[in-house]
Design a protein around this ligand. Structure first.
Ligand code: BGC
Length: 776
């Protein structure tokens, strides 16, 4: 009683601090109409190589605070609100590395791309990467990094797949949440993007993605939902595309009904750059900030308010959310940034992360390779011109990339000079011929990779005689603006096929082995040539320490523990989404209203595969992929044992534990994947779905570790369209613990006594046409 009295008295005397929200509201109430309108529109953009007037951009103030950033917000000095800076992107901070009349450099760490980070299946490691990435954001004077990206790898040709994590929403959401937590622990913000259903680059500004409510909820929104609920990103970036008929940035039900009301998102939404068409509709939808901002948008919004088409309350709410954001930024807090992040320390972490997400696809007694006993001939132009990351806004301006041969040299491998010198000369000469292009020119017309070099037979024979083994690297690059192609990209080029044939024939004739390295941000065809290789290592695009990280895996300093978070099909034709990728175009209706005055071609894509994306399709329809979701080899073996469930009946939750023992001779880590198969019920279900995952620590030979997972009833629920609710069916569920989605080591059952509606949702975002959805 006394205590209660004390609390009440102290509450009466302590003036409560302004919550950020009420402070924001108060600041907005002091703004003029013009200030409010300027605040909801970014400050324009200075694109190198692009004539500003042609894009109609540039509201006013310069972008000079941090050169090379993507955009800034409007400052209202009389209210103490500074301009804030946002910059790309998912693989690290993207800013200009050098500045006019300034001898200092502003390089950032090129971290391994998102596909690789997801392949680590290690949320702790990703959080650490995020922490270091966020430190660069803060120390270079940026307030928000436009990352992470978590669209779905719907189809292997997606041009930006390297910026996204997986074909599966659970791993996408969990890895994104870890990244957001890490970055935001610095007191800077993130922008999870591109919300939502932006799974292709072709016609990205016009395409209407037609998706069923169920596929939308279960596959395309789920990852965002997890990230929002688990990590509170400061901002969300809406996408370019239309979703069931409306631009996502103009869709109230996406940005307000679902994101804010259903999921409880408290932050700010910004558009993708020049995304959407109707600024007033964007305001009404709850797309608070229009980026990078144009004078036309300012006029449209001002006119709409003046004529009463747009209620000022809408702008007040949006402005309030922007102010709330600004109040949290380092810019508002007058943080004195150093421009000197610890790039050396970050490179060490980038190397560790890179090695942890590489996936060993095949190994017939080739790896690990003792450093001191081997002489290696390295083939393929990519061995000399390794790809650290993808192109476009997801690219980073790093100071260096360690190539494969440099990495092998650093590790002490003995490289065969006869082959080295031929490639080095060729790659240097070809690079010199490449035209210097601005970001914009490169965006419109990407420079193709240097053609593969044909190695003359005599030299090949000699190198097989004089060395112990060969390495061939196959490289790929892609990025925003276009998707990849089947020919000469997903499928190997003729010259690459010949290189693999010739090198393997020459080396195998001498009883010597060949390792193929795949240095790509996404998936390529492997089934037609993998039998020729003795080992295959998928390095993805591993960031600036690339070659060193590969050498760590080859030497055995790091035992590979990466697993695929995206399926490698046998052939592109097996990919069910291929039937509807990238959709139908209507060129006769093209206008010149596209980004940067480019053609805008109306298009639509219907997601007829429904929820059967990636392994949900391959496993449910018994289509055998080349390498399945969750696959990856190690230099050691693991035993899975003692699967134990806290109960055979689920009421709210059950706890699941399993013991993993390293039964081999080398220390290593294992990824443990928990899949669940639902009982036959009202809905068509995938044969199994990933519901949880974990990774052991580094287990020494003989060492064991217990991993524990919690499964809630809501994890069992599917989105039932008729009921507009998530429903967990009654019946017997099979729980499978796997080392991949098909390599199931242990399984058990549990029951749900009666059907449970775990969440009622709003009936929104309905497709405007019937979809002929795939059924099992
Ligand atoms: C991309 C975004 C990026 C933005 C700013 C857009 O073209 O789609 O991912 O954040 O540019 O650079």
């Amino acid at each position: 009683m006394k205590l209660l009295l004390l609390i009440i008295i102290s509450m009466l005397f302590i003036t409560p601090a302004f919550t950020q929200t009420s402070k924001a509201r108060q600041l907005v109430s002091r703004m003029t109409l013009d200030e409010k309108v300027r605040l909801v529109i970014g400050m324009g953009m200075n694109l190198p190589g692009l004539n500003q007037s042609s894009s109609g951009t540039g509201v006013g103030l310069s972008m000079d605070k941090v050169a090379g950033a993507a955009g800034t917000t409007y400052a209202i000095s009389r209210l103490g609100l500074p301009t804030t800076v946002v910059a790309d992107g998912p693989a690290g901070l993207r800013i200009d590395p050098t500045r006019k009349d300034d001898k200092n450099t502003y390089y950032a760490t090129a971290w391994p791309v998102a596909t690789l980070l997801a392949s680590t299946w290690d949320t702790k490691l990703v959080e650490q990467v995020g922490k270091a990435m966020g430190n660069e954001v803060k120390e270079y004077g940026v307030d928000v990094i436009l990352a992470p990206g978590l669209n779905i790898h719907r189809n292997p040709l997606g041009g930006r797949n390297f910026e996204y994590y997986s074909e599966d929403p659970l791993i996408s959401g969990k890895i994104a949440a870890a990244m957001v937590k890490g970055i935001q622990s610095n007191g800077v913000g993130t922008s999870i993007k591109h919300f939502a259903v932006n799974n292709q680059e072709k016609n990205r500004n016009t395409v209407n993605a037609i998706v069923s409510e169920r596929a939308l909820r279960e596959i395309y929104l789920k990852g965002f939902e997890i990230a929002v609920k688990e990590s509170n990103p400061w901002t969300v970036m809406s996408s370019y595309n239309k979703l069931n008929g409306t631009y996502t940035s103009e869709e109230y039900d996406l940005l307000t009904t679902i994101l804010r009301k259903e999921w409880g998102f408290k932050g700010m939404v910004m558009t993708d750059w020049f995304g959407g068409k109707d600024a007033v509709a964007q305001m009404k939808a709850g797309n608070d900030l229009l980026m990078p901002g144009t004078p036309e948008q300012r006029k449209a919004i001002t006119d709409a308010i003046t004529t009463g088409v747009l209620d000022i309350k809408v702008i007040d709410t949006n402005a309030e959310r922007i102010v709330n954001y600004i109040l949290n930024t380092p810019a508002y807090k007058k943080y004195v940034f150093s421009n000197k992040p610890d790039l050396k320390a970050h490179a060490v972490l980038a190397r560790t992360a890179a090695a942890d997400g590489m996936v060993l696809l095949k190994n017939t007694n080739v790896l690990p390779l003792p450093v001191n006993t081997r002489k290696i001939a390295a083939f393929g132009i990519t061995s000399y011109d390794f790809v650290s990351g993808g192109t476009g806004s997801g690219d980073v301006n790093e100071e260096y990339t360690v190539s494969l041969v440099q990495g092998l040299n650093n590790a002490g491998y003995n490289l065969y000079e006869g082959i080295n010198s031929v490639y080095t000369k060729y790659v240097t000469a070809e690079k010199a011929k490449q035209p210097k292009k601005s970001f914009f020119e490169e965006f419109i017309n990407p420079t193709p990779r240097i053609p593969e070099l044909a190695i003359e037979n005599n030299l090949l024979g000699k190198s097989a005689d004089e060395t112990d083994m060969a390495i061939i690297t196959i490289g790929r690059n892609a990025g925003e603006g276009s998707d990849r192609k089947v020919e000469n990209d997903f499928n190997l080029k003729e010259a690459e096929v010949k290189l693999i044939e010739d090198v393997t024939a020459a080396f195998h004739a001498k009883g010597k082995k060949v390792l193929v390295i795949i240095n790509a941000g996404g998936v390529i065809e492997v089934a037609s040539w993998r039998d020729k290789a003795d080992a295959i290592l998928l390095t993805w695009q591993p960031g600036l320490e690339a070659g060193n990280a590969v050498a760590d895996i080859l030497s055995g300093k790091v035992n590979p523990s990466g697993k695929l978070a995206t399926t490698f099909p046998v052939k592109y034709e097996d990919e069910i989404t291929g039937k509807n990728f990238p959709g139908i175009e209507y060129p006769e209706k093209a206008t010149n209203t596209g980004m940067f005055g480019m053609k805008a071609v109306p298009a639509e894509v219907t997601y007829e595969e429904g929820i059967f994306v990636g392994y949900r399709y391959y496993n449910s329809f018994n289509v055998k992929p080349a390498y399945e979701f969750g696959y990856g080899l190690s230099y050691t073996d693991f035993k899975f044992s003692n699967l134990s469930l806290s109960s055979k009946n689920i009421d709210k939750k059950i706890t699941v534990s399993v013991i993993i023992t390293n039964t081999g001779k080398i220390a290593g880590k294992e990824v443990v994947q928990l899949y669940i198969s639902a009982p036959a019920g009202k809905l068509d279900k995938p044969s199994e779905e990933l519901k949880a995952f974990g990774k052991t620590g580094l287990l020494q030979p003989g060492q064991a570790q217990k991993l524990t997972f919690t499964i809630s009833v809501s994890d069992l629920a599917s989105f039932n369209t008729d009921a507009t609710a998530w429903i967990a069916d009654a019946g017997m569920y099979t729980l499978k613990i796997g080392s991949s989605s098909t390599d199931i080591k242990l399984s058990s059952n549990f029951s749900l006594a009666k059907e449970i509606k775990t969440e009622k949702c709003n009936k929104v975002l309905l497709p405007q046409v019937a979809i002929n959805e795939l059924k099992k």
